[in-house]
Design a protein around this ligand. Structure first.
Ligand code: GAP
Length: 513
């Protein structure tokens, strides 16, 4: 029972709704575009992913501490950070479909299509030649060379246009590449315009211009403006990190693909303050460390790749994305940026306060450089859920939908079933739940056949089902059934807690780091 690729993503979205993971926000009022609510299972999965990130960052590193800064901040912060002037998306409209697109995304998708053509040529050649040498083929095959030249040309024009903020040139690339609107199929484009992504509101009772404040578009600035507070009160020595998780808001114009691009979302960011000149070593260190962390989810190492930025953000001297193979292709999951001393220097200038570090080994003060890791919690949720979602046909033709979630992240760790609703079995089930619930989220289910109860738990990714039968009353053992293999074995009730502690704790994931 495997869905066609085009249906697969739709099935995941329906599954999220049907099983209490994600609901459209304000659904009974017909919803609010690109805003979502997490249901009873989604909230648990999201909390577990957040907790795993927090422990991996803060608990596992003596030199990283966590904070929780406010969403509202002084408006000058966003002037200093560059967001008021430069946090823009280049947008273009198709006059026929009236659809709006990010110009940079249209160009990047066009490049990806040419890359696909190259890969197809390579695959064809691989099948034809036994001793296939890919590097030589890429240099000598006329069609591949032609495609690659095209890509290089677009890349270099695009990079120059973005760096010069030359929107006329960005449009010209779209025209020259003959990019058409996916809806209308026409090339009838407007000019490219910049659009600021910050939401604004006003503070206090009077909506005067001076009272305008912004909903933070990233959590990072809350860390920068607290750099000195944390460094001094925590007596932190460089290199050290400050971590934070929390909501961020962006008025995304092209908001699609479910929770991939939202207007209200959650970030998990860490700023690592380092000695100037050492930032590239730390940038490479965090690239490797973050990739390894993602790989511990067990979603398949082949589903991750790095994508170095062509255009660096206004604050960065190096930047890469960890991309994940989402149901709609490889897309950004996490950003790793070497932000230089840009932010702290800007805040020094705009606040008039010194934000320096006294290095006792060097006997001098300096503004630290920063390497940032920034991952979207909602995107990570989508990556985890979509790679775990399986539609399986079992021996005998029966089917099931199962979420092979990492057990430590599953919303519910074990479900306890009495085989029948009598003979003291429900009472024993309740006693077992009462023993386990201090350490784990466990649930009770007595409705329908045990088979149907297994299917309900498979669909939300519960790693273990515990069944109480008449033998349990005699020998104090139960059947435990494993979600992925569906294998069952008997286990003493007295060993259940130890068993679950070993199998479903975050420690098991942290030890893989
Ligand atoms: N402080 C740096 C920063 O915010 P970013 O690349 O703009 O960098 C970091 O965002 C991460 O936040 C992204 O890799 C993505 O996972 C997540 N993210 C950004 N915009 C998002 C959106 N509209 N919806 C969901 N997640 C988003």
């Amino acid at each position: 029972m495997s869905a066609k690729p085009e249906d697969f993503f739709k099935n995941i979205i329906s599954h999220c709704k049907e099983y209490g993971f994600i609901f459209q926000s304000s659904e009974i009022y017909d919803g609010l575009s690109a805003v979502y609510d997490y249901g009873q299972n989604g909230a648990e999965l999201k909390k577990n992913i957040r907790e795993y990130w927090w422990r991996a960052m803060v608990q596992m590193h003596e030199n990283i501490v966590g904070i929780d800064s406010a969403i509202f901040m002084h408006p000058t912060i966003w002037k200093a950070s560059g967001h008021v002037d430069a946090f823009n998306d280049p947008l273009i409209d198709n006059k026929d479909s009236k659809k709006r697109y990010r110009a940079d995304v249209l160009i990047e998708e066009h490049i990806a299509k040419i890359e696909d053509k190259i890969n197809k040529e390579v695959d064809k050649a691989k099948k034809r030649f036994e001793n296939f040498d890919e590097a030589m083929f890429r240099n000598t095959n006329a069609r591949v060379v032609e495609y690659q030249t095209k890509i290089n040309d677009i890349h270099s024009r695009f990079k120059t246009a973005l760096n010069d903020n030359n929107l006329v040139q960005v449009k010209q690339i779209i025209v020259d590449c003959e990019i058409v609107c996916p809806i209308s199929g026409t090339k009838n484009w407007t000019d490219v315009r910049q659009f600021n992504l910050m939401f604004s509101t006003s503070m206090g009772s009077v909506a005067e211009e001076g009272n305008t404040i912004y909903l933070r578009p990233e959590t990072a600035q809350g860390i920068f403006v607290n750099y000195l507070n944390v460094q001094k009160t925590g007596r932190m020595k460089i290199p050290f990190g400050i971590a934070q998780t929390g909501k961020a808001f962006r008025n995304e114009i092209v908001a699609r693909q479910f929770i991939f691009r939202m207007r209200e979302f959650e970030q998990m960011e860490m700023q690592y303050f380092v000695k100037p000149g050492t930032e590239m070593n730390w940038y490479e260190y965090w690239k490797a460390a973050r990739l390894k962390w993602h790989q511990t989810f067990g979603l398949g190492n082949e589903n991750y790749k790095f994508h170095d930025h062509i255009k660096l953000a206004h604050y960065a001297n190096a930047a890469t994305d960890i991309e994940f193979n989402f149901p709609f292709g490889f897309k950004e999951l996490e950003g790793i940026h070497s932000r230089t001393d840009f932010d702290l220097k800007q805040h020094e200038q705009f606040s008039g306060k010194k934000l320096q570090y006294f290095d006792s080994e060097e006997n001098k003060s300096y503004v630290p450089y920063v390497v940032e890791t920034s991952v979207g919690l909602d995107r990570l949720f989508l990556a985890t859920l979509s790679a775990s979602y399986k539609e399986e046909t079992l021996d005998g033709g029966d089917t099931r939908v199962v979420l092979n979630l990492p057990p430590a992240l599953a919303p519910i760790k074990a479900a306890v079933f009495p085989l029948v609703k009598k003979d003291g079995l429900p009472e024993l089930a309740e006693k077992i739940i009462n023993d386990l619930k201090f350490d784990h989220i466990v649930t009770y289910d007595e409705k329908d056949t045990v088979g149907k109860r297994y299917r309900r738990q498979d669909a939300i990714g519960t790693p273990y089902c515990i069944t109480i039968d008449h033998q349990s009353l005699e020998d104090q053992t139960v059947t435990i059934r494993e979600r992925d293999t569906m294998q069952q074995h008997r286990i003493a009730i007295s060993s259940l807690l130890k068993f679950l502690n070993e199998k479903v704790s975050l420690t098991s994931l942290l030890k893989k780091l």
